[in-house]
Design a protein around this ligand. Structure first.
Ligand code: HEM
Length: 179
């Protein structure tokens, strides 16, 4: 198998790659930014529901005990920023860093992915407040998909970094996984 073009896309370049794939339009960005104030208003209820669920499960609770207030604050910021309307290199850099933080604490990726359920629930509560709900729902789904992809990218990057050390380079490491 030849090397794939996607294998060379790194760091902030993944934003253009994903936006090209997903095609977030100017109207969709506007529909999201029109909801930012509503997102700010709903964010504390979202973080309450989010951490209530994580605390109810011992396997997730052990990561967050003793830091709930701080965690709620950063999650609320994360949610509000989903609706900022401009998604540039600084945005993706910061979102990658958030993913890396979770890699660093040894958190299995299944937990952040499963918690998207709560984000979807609150996203739906915002969509019904939009003047253009059909546009807003499309936009929200697209941007959340991009964010989940970036979060995952941080996990994959770390794995390939270590595998590249073992196998000599990333291309060889990727080939090992295709066998
Ligand atoms: C949709 C999923 C999630 C989102 C959007 C999210 C968001 C964030 C953000 C924005 C930060 C601050 C990162 C930084 O300052 O670099 C953070 C930190 C953290 N998150 Fe999450 N999180 C998610 C899932 C989880 C889950 C499932 C857990 C644990 C079960 C968790 C535990 C933590 C911990 C312990 C920190 C602090 C890490 C440290 O700085 O040592 N997160 N999260």
């Amino acid at each position: 198998m030849e090397d794939r073009k996607s294998w060379d896309i790194k760091d902030e370049a993944i934003l253009d790659d994903l936006l090209t794939l997903i095609g977030l339009t100017a109207e969709e960005k506007k529909a999201l930014s029109n909801l930012q104030e509503a997102a700010r208003a709903i964010a504390p209820t979202l973080s309450e529901a989010f951490y209530h669920r994580l605390l109810a499960h011992p396997n997730t609770a052990e990561y967050i005990s003793g830091q709930i207030d701080e965690r709620k604050k950063t999650l609320e910021q994360w949610f509000i920023q989903l609706f900022q309307g401009n998604y540039d290199q600084a945005y993706v850099k910061q979102r990658l860093k958030i993913g890396e933080t979770h890699v660093r604490i040894g958190l299995p990726i299944r937990y952040p992915l499963a918690m998207i359920d709560v984000i979807l629930d609150f996203g739906a509560q915002l969509i019904v407040q939009s003047q253009q709900p059909e546009l807003a729902v499309k936009a929200f789904r697209k941007l959340l998909a991009v964010d989940i992809a970036i979060f995952n990218q941080a996990y994959e990057d770390t794995q390939f970094k270590h595998m590249a050390e073992t196998f000599g380079n990333e291309s060889l490491a990727r080939r090992v996984l295709t066998q």
